[in-house]
Write a protein that binds this ligand. Structure first.
Ligand code: F0G
Length: 394
């Protein structure tokens, strides 16, 4: 398969693959040339590399069997909001988040380019996933985190998989600016979502949704942080249409937390770029981001698809997290619950039709953030070791 890197702003094409942004400052995108499709959307054997003919790597992939995540029909929540609701649970990936789809491609690209070290800034999940795939590939991994603002499970993963983890006394946006400089100085391969190859892996979420459902949903709802995933999924749907595998496209709905809402504000004001939020704050630490690097791509995805953005409060997020866990049996971290909170917001605003099908993406697993669970549910009751004492509290 042939492809090129193209700037989304000025259209300049790059032969070299070890670039992340254009000289004009614009974001790059992988443009796939016309090619033979060697998979069928038959609902069988879903996984990222089923769609390998549309993934831009030239060597055997570094894989931990990512993708093929469950798509659950959620009748209870569907009844409440008045449409057919499916949840695609990306928490079921090997490291517990959707990032694995991007990392299998990104880390493979690092090997292809002869790199010996990879690096990222992260609100947690990117670092956990990168550390895992770097371990599999035998690469060094360097991680910058906003100190004290990353959920425990994610830090645990990055550490155990052998990454060098550095907490910076600042937020994610600062960590990202710093890691970009460090990568340029040290020759580390940058695996944040500004890397266009990583997003190629994430577009397989769109492929799998159509593969499993057998049709294109009306809306896809997902949390937006650094704004890579919404851009990637939209690209995936557009490619399926371009290659004649589907003939309609869904509306893309981005959900942000009220305290970290630059994309929401831009959409509300119909702007094509964001004003950064300087001190982003939310319990959904995964999306605690004020200056999303992929904002321009994400805004295009929302406008082209005739979608929208909504904002939700931390209380909405916690309620949605509890609902999903206790009514549907799906355990997700707070950022992921934002998709369900966003769906409820759409329903409240009258933006859901009765016969619609909506797919919400839950991006990360419940166990990523055990501290958020204790804050939401309290600690277990402790009693004396006797039947009487237990019966008393039952
Ligand atoms: N949900 C979860 C659980 C995430 O970890 C992230 C991003 C998002 C949603 C938002 O996705 O950035 O593509 O818009 N986490 C990144 C990280 C920033 O470092 O783990 P996005």
């Amino acid at each position: 398969m042939e492809y090129s890197l193209v700037c989304i702003e000025c259209g300049r094409e790059y032969e070299r693959e070890d670039v992340y942004t254009c000289e004009c400052g614009g974001l790059l995108e992988v443009r796939i040339d016309d090619t033979e499709i060697d998979f069928r959307l038959d609902g069988k054997e879903l996984r990222v590399w089923k769609y390998g003919c549309l993934l831009p790597v030239k060597i055997e992939p570094i894989s931990l069997k990512e993708g093929g995540t469950p798509l659950y029909e959620c009748d209870r929540i569907g009844k409440e909001v008045g449409c057919k609701v499916f949840v695609k649970h990306e928490g079921a990936n090997p490291s517990g988040s959707f990032k694995d789809r991007g990392m299998t491609v990104g880390v493979t690209k690092a090997i292809e380019l002869g790199k010996s070290a990879v690096a990222c800034a992260s609100t947690g999940n990117t670092s956990a996933s990168m550390a895992m795939y770097a371990a599999k590939a035998g690469l060094m991994a360097y991680v910058l985190l906003p100190a004290g603002k990353v959920a425990l499970g994610k830090v645990a993963q990055a550490l155990m998989h052998g990454a060098k983890v550095i907490g910076i006394k600042g937020n994610f946006d600062q960590a990202l600016a710093l890691v970009r400089q460090i990568c340029a100085m040290q020759g580390f391969y940058l695996l944040n979502s500004v890397n266009p190859f990583r997003l190629e892996g994430q577009k397989t979420i769109a492929y799998e949704i159509v593969d499993e459902l057998g049709f294109v949903p009306d809306k896809v709802v997902l949390p937006v942080g650094n704004a890579g995933n919404i851009s990637a999924i939209w690209k995936g749907f557009k490619e399926l249409k371009r290659f004649g595998l589907i003939d309609s496209l869904p509306k893309m709905i981005g959900v942000q937390a009220e305290g970290a809402n630059p994309i929401y504000k831009a959409v509300k004001e119909k702007k094509d770029d964001i004003e950064p939020v300087l001190n982003p704050e939310t319990i959904a630490t995964a999306i605690r981001i004020g200056q999303p690097v992929n904002a321009r791509k994400a805004l295009r995805a929302i406008y082209e698809s005739k979608g929208t953005a909504v904002q939700v409060s931390d209380e909405d997020i916690t309620k949605a997290q509890k609902d999903l866990a206790s009514k549907e049996g799906i355990g997700v971290e707070p950022a992921s619950a934002a998709s369900i909170a966003g769906l409820r917001k759409l329903a409240e605003n009258g933006e859901i039709e009765r016969d619609e099908t909506v797919v919400c993406i839950t991006t990360g697993h419940l166990l990523k953030d055990p501290e958020a669970v204790l804050r939401a549910c309290g600690k277990p009751i402790e009693v004396e070791p006797s039947v009487e004492a237990i019966l008393k509290v039952l």
